[in-house]
Design a protein around this ligand. Structure first.
Ligand code: PEP
Ligand code: MN
Length: 361
């Protein structure tokens, strides 16, 4: 099922339509000098859209929460003096009114705000009658419906220039990423709303400077449309998200390292070769499903037998043994531990569901 949204292309006069659409600027607007110096350097590298947080939603109190409305005239100077488009985050109706009054060109809704339907509705109501483009960051939790709900609320308020920002998802404990990208979620968003542009935010996914290129490249290889990257003229001095910000020069060199592959296949030889390989994949998928069906039939027989003999469905010793063995065998076959674990967890759960049904019959 795809969602019906009334969308106008997310394009800007003077900005080429080729991927990636790039937005860059500091996490936060800190001072007029910092904003203008950073914007000048980005502008010199051809960046056309300047981002800066004016109001910053912070996890803990007593940290820098943004300069507030006094920063809006700084963005106006960026727009007037450099001809750049400006973008900032809004989290409530008054942020919307203030931003529009000061001529901010693009608004975005932050991840913590997208997670709250009341806040999104308040923003949508405040935007009635406006024609400003709005970007919606994914909610902090991996809930594609909540993300889609935000687009529906904005669209129902008449906002038609919409795009998504993929910034990754919160996790408990220390993980490799600051926010796990869970690429399957923006991929599902694309499936559900094919015409909605997706802009990846490698800065908030990575939380550091080291993996920005890798994550940006992955976004481009998934045919996503743009990148929003945090850039500061002196990243180490940034008052928020210092570890993940890069200089305008570093951003420029990263963008030049990206390999942009084409999404449309216009060559018949390539088309046929791919078609042939895809047919082989389809045949293997059929076999996989057939094998899974047979496996579940055995699980059903085990379920019947356990029921007759009054034995619990789960014997954790057996499950642990099975998983360990499958992981070992998977590694020998070039399949990652992570993949084999997820695959067998899903298969095991389906078996349990089958057996539960039998127990309850
Ligand atoms: C930001 O873009 O600086 C920001 C606060 O992002 P997020 O809402 O993704 O945490
Ligand atoms: Mn930030």
């Amino acid at each position: 099922m795809s969602i019906e949204l009334q969308l106008i292309p997310f394009e800007f006069e003077g900005i080429p339509k080729e991927r990636p659409l790039v937005m860059a600027g500091p996490c936060s607007a800190e001072s007029e000098e910092q904003v203008l110096l950073t914007a000048h350097r980005l502008h010199n590298h051809g960046i056309k859209i300047f981002r800066a947080g004016i109001w910053k939603p912070r996890t803990r109190p007593n940290t820098f929460e943004g300069v507030g409305r006094i920063g809006l005239p700084w963005l106006k100077r960026v727009k007037n003096e450099l001809g750049m488009y400006t973008a900032t985050e809004v989290a409530n109706a008054s942020h919307v009114y203030e931003s529009l009054k000061h001529g901010v060109d693009i608004l975005w809704i932050g991840a913590r705000t997208t997670a709250n339907p009341f806040a999104v509705q308040e923003i949508a109501d405040a935007l009635k009658g406006a024609s400003v483009p709005v970007l919606v960051k994914n909610p902090v939790n991996p809930d594609v419906e909540l993300w889609i709900g935000a687009f529906e609320r904005l669209n129902q308020a008449g906002i038609q220039k919409l795009a998504a920002i993929h910034r990754g998802f919160s996790d408990y404990g220390k993980t490799f990423y600051r926010n796990n990208p869970q690429w399957q979620i923006p991929i599902e968003l694309r499936r559900r709303i094919p015409r909605l542009p997706i802009i990846t935010d490698p800065s908030h996914i990575c939380g550091n400077r080291d993996m920005l290129l890798e994550v940006s490249q992955e976004a481009m290889d998934l045919n996503f449309d743009g990148l929003i990257v945090e850039s500061h003229y002196d990243p180490d001095k940034a008052v928020s998200d210092a570890k993940q910000q890069i200089t305008p020069d570093e951003l420029n060199s990263m963008l030049h390292q990206l390999v942009l592959r084409k999404a449309n296949i216009d060559n018949t030889v390539i088309q046929h070769t791919l078609e042939d390989l895809r047919n082989q994949i389809d045949a293997f998928d059929d076999k996989l499903l057939e094998v899974l069906q047979k496996r579940m039939q055995i699980a059903d027989r085990i379920g019947q037998y356990k029921k007759t003999n009054n034995i619990t469905i789960l014997q954790s010793g057996r499950w642990n043994q099975l998983l360990t063995k499958r992981i070992e065998e998977g590694l020998r076959k070039g399949l990652s531990e992570d993949f084999v674990t997820k695959l067998f967890r899903a298969i095991h759960q389906e078996s349990i569901n089958h057996q539960t049904r039998i127990m309850n019959e």
